[in-house]
Design a binder for this molecule. Structure first.
Ligand SMILES: [Zn+2]
Length: 380
């Protein structure tokens, strides 16, 4: 079962289920539209010859597999998938593996009638190479995502992606056409294991969930995320093919927009905290204040010690993002928790409030701006 709802997004341009996007790339929708998945997860078939690489494979919607098979055959009746590259461990990008592995897509392109393997072996064998960036799957959220992959046959093997690793695709039909190269870029931030893929010959960057076709992205570590965006900025690709949403033609502008949006948010938070450094704020209060366009006075607002929980998923994302901004700003030496001793008393002395994995424990914690002047004076 999918962790994600499948609700059409009427507020976004509709995308066809299957479309050729460039000379060597086709997009197949994962058929899982929703609040966070936009028009659904994009999966991409790449390759100029019979051999294709699939980037991501949706969340396992029942109609995805027939769509993928039909799409593949309509590109070329002899086309086959030799490798699947998983951009990151979230279920909407790898939940479709099980169906693919148990389908006829996971069969060798050769005529096996003359081969020595038994039909049982043939049915069970894994012919598609699956590649993903290695993860410590015993910890935190990753355990949850890993659990969802457990539905795969026990002997399913994964190859570890490495940063800057290159996949080469040759066109067997046309020996004179130059090979294609897909370069792996480890781009953590949205998820620790997140990778983008750069198709060198077409100057296309498959951005996974680092940059989307519409709206903004949830991230789990802002420091890493900013570094990943800057790496994409440096690459200057011609076009972005995101994990969700339509192709981005104005790629540089989009990357700049993402970087600027985070900086604006960071400055907004700092401005509020600096207004009156004696006033301390929780992430929830900051989001409420910012969404009311700062119409309340900061001092009266933060006097409130109300504890709130957000059940609305998008508001919860906003609060989490502000929490992650505060953690980044802590490492920049600009903010800190107001009462660390009290936090430790409540959460245990080993829980680190400044670790992005523990962001949910700081939603109702007060933060303050570190006035460097005051700091320097106190040290005298
Ligand atoms: Zn996603």
């Amino acid at each position: 079962m999918s962790l994600y709802e499948s609700t059409p997004r009427l507020d976004l341009p509709s995308l066809p289920n299957f479309k050729q996007l460039s000379k060597t790339v086709w997009r197949v929708l994962g058929l899982n539209p929703g609040k966070f998945t936009l028009q659904g997860t994009n999966t991409y078939i790449v390759g100029s010859g019979k051999r294709k690489i699939l980037i991501d494979c949706g969340d396992g919607q029942p109609d995805y597999l027939p769509l993928l098979m039909h799409s593949l055959k309509s590109i070329d009746p002899d086309a086959y998938i030799s490798d699947i590259l998983i951009s990151h461990c979230h279920t909407d990008h790898c939940g479709g593996l099980k169906d693919i592995l148990s389908s006829e897509i996971n069969r060798p392109p050769l005529d096996t009638s003359s081969s020595f393997i038994s039909s049982r072996q043939y049915q069970q064998q894994q012919f598609i190479n699956i590649h993903k960036y290695p993860l410590d799957t015993d910890k935190g959220w990753y355990k949850v995502f890993w659990e969802s992959l457990k539905e795969l046959p026990d002997d399913t093997t994964f190859s570890d992606l490495k940063d800057n690793q290159v996949f080469t695709l040759r066109n067997e039909k046309d020996k004179d056409s130059p090979p294609l190269h897909i370069r792996v870029m480890h781009t953590p931030g949205h998820a620790k294991d997140h990778c983008a893929f750069y198709l060198e010959e077409e100057d296309i960057l498959f951005t996974g969930d680092c940059i989307l076709g519409h709206g903004s992205v949830a991230f789990e570590d802002l420091h890493d995320y900013m570094k990943s965006l800057q790496r994409m900025e440096k690459l200057q690709p011609a076009r972005l093919f995101p994990g969700h949403g339509d192709v981005v033609e104005d790629s540089i502008q989009k990357i700049h927009q993402y970087i600027a949006a985070r900086r604006v948010k960071e400055n907004q938070i700092l401005d509020i905290l600096r207004q009156d450094v004696r006033v301390h704020w929780t992430p929830i209060e900051l989001v409420e204040f910012m969404s009311s366009n700062g119409s309340h006075s900061s001092s009266s607002h933060s006097q409130s010690s109300r504890k709130r929980e957000y059940s609305e998923p998008l508001a919860a994302v906003a609060v989490r993002n502000v929490g992650l901004h505060l953690i980044k700003l802590y490492f920049d030496g600009k903010v800190e928790l107001t009462n660390l001793a009290d936090y430790r008393k409540r959460h245990g002395k080993d829980l680190d409030p400044y670790h992005s994995e523990n962001v949910y424990t700081i939603m109702n914690e007060k933060w303050r701006y570190i006035d460097t002047n005051e700091h320097n004076n106190s040290k005298l």
